[in-house]
Write a protein that binds this ligand. Sequence first.
Ligand SMILES: *Cc1c(COP(=O)(O)O)cnc(C)c1O
Length: 424
Amino acid sequence: MNLESYYQKALEFDKNDSLASFKYQFESHDEIYLDGNSLGRLPKKTIELTTDLIQNQWGKRLIRSWNEHWMELPNKIAAKIAKIVGAREDEIFVGESTSINFYKLAYAALNFDNTRKKIISDSLNFPTDLYVLQGLIEQQFPSHSLKIIESKDDICITEEQIANELDKNTAFLTLSHVVFKSAFMYDMKKINEMAHQQNAFVIWDLSHAAGAVPIHLNDSNADMAVGCTYKYLNGGPGSPAFLYIRKDLQEKLINPIWAWFSHQRPFEFSLEYQAKSTIQRFSTGTPSVLSLAATEPGLDLLIKAGISNLRQKSVLQSSFLLEMVQQYLVPIGFSIASPLNINQRGSHISIQHTEGYRINRAMIEPFDSSKPIIPDFRPPNNIRLGIAPLYNTFQELYETVVRIKQIVEEKQYEHFSQEKLKVT
Ligand SMILES: *Cc1c(COP(=O)(O)O)cnc(C)c1O
């Protein structure tokens, strides 16, 4: 198919897109944003909501706002996240960062049966999770060990590799549902079943999955999970993370950080700690009200659009993009670093080129009248093209491939230094 036909196809897809109007609910400028898997766009409603929150709830009502609005806020937001990840609302705690929540769950799982000494993860996992595990072992569980299953192609891991490691000595297995570099996606239900046969827990990291692919924590009998809200959920930079524990496990697990918000009656100020019996036993201190409240409009938009509709669009979009990459970018030195099988792929596509970093810079900072295109870069040479079906169009994907082709053919990347910026 020639470029003109792809262009016509893109316009056709956009015309028939039932979610097309959602993009107008977000702030946007004359650029193509393909990094919604790292920091989602700002919903217009969030501007209104945070202005009111600051001027009225904080500015005028002050401490009274705790009873009027803020004490119930964590549960209100948790109920919305529960809908997106297929859990009950009393199984979600929202607050703190993904790393901290992961620490709490990993500790709880190790403490549950201290005779099981093995933790399993993989080389595709997000490093913060692996760092947390290394720290736990070094500081508190010195007789435990961490097995990191190596990916053979840096794109995926087979179920057989996982099965080979699971045994009766395994405390838990922890994986990203969708991995951050290649977008490889695990079959959650199958993996849970495999681990449960050995009575091992699974802790899922949903950061690159929540809001991008359907997640059925309850239906797949998941034990525990964490995830962040600033990627596909559009909660804002550093917005609070979430944690899931299946209902029947909650009272059996212990939060390593005992604090007043996880106490049964925080406002009695008793000197003896008594853990709550609900999911709130995994909270610690005062919620970050401003950033917590700011997550609501993003969640509402996702729920309104419907995760299965979003997935349907994302599948069409990533397939369209891959087809163009194969036809126009592979012949000029790119390779595809994401699974080709859509059932094993989340919502972003990684492409590699030996000049990946400088091509990525040239996309972001064009020196002619080209539209800026914002992907991100992950070492050694991955350009990640994040598709957020809530606001990306097919035409944008078409324009991206055409622009990358131009940058490479005209060697525009040569104007940029190899030196990496602080945030890539
Ligand atoms: C983005 C991301 C995180 C981020 O952790 P924070 O503690 O919120 O910074 C963790 N895990 C995965 C898989 C991620 O993609």
